[in-house]
Design a protein around this ligand. Sequence first.
Ligand code: 4NP
Length: 168
Amino acid sequence: MSSKTPFKVLCVCLGNICRSPTAEVILRHYCDEQELNVMVDSAGTSNYHPNKAPDTRSQEHALKRGYDLSSLRARQLKTHDFIEFDLILAMDHDNLADILALQAQAKREFGHLRAEVALMSEHDSDYPKQALPDPYYGGAAGFERVIDQCESSSLAWVEIFKQKILKV
Ligand code: 4NP
């Protein structure tokens, strides 16, 4: 492990029990595979499910694809995250608007902020700037779509991180 401070990325959705935990584990997987010095976490804009494990449907679909979400616990995004993290990734455009509103509050609170804010799909040519659709009220296909899109968008971010030479 490097003694250098990692580049810290926070994946954010609404509940932090479906999309952002999936994004967290998949982005971490691809960063680790490329030995990038990147730390990944996740949070929700809401406080609907504090300390809850990811939705069992998200866990089951992810595990079948080789991703273990079981140790994650939900938490709400807070202003301090804007000085703690380098990059905050919104899963959809509503999340982005909520994150930017909290960013304005954080700016008033702390002055200079560390975090840039972007969409999870920002650099993804297969899902260009598209929302990661919320699977919570839908069926199995929605959960598979989340995994497909998280893989695609994570690979695109890994290419960006590689250009920044974030090697371990
Ligand atoms: P997530 O999905 O934002 O991907 O975690 C949701 C989880 C819970 C709710 C909505 C979306 N909810 O309304 O409780």
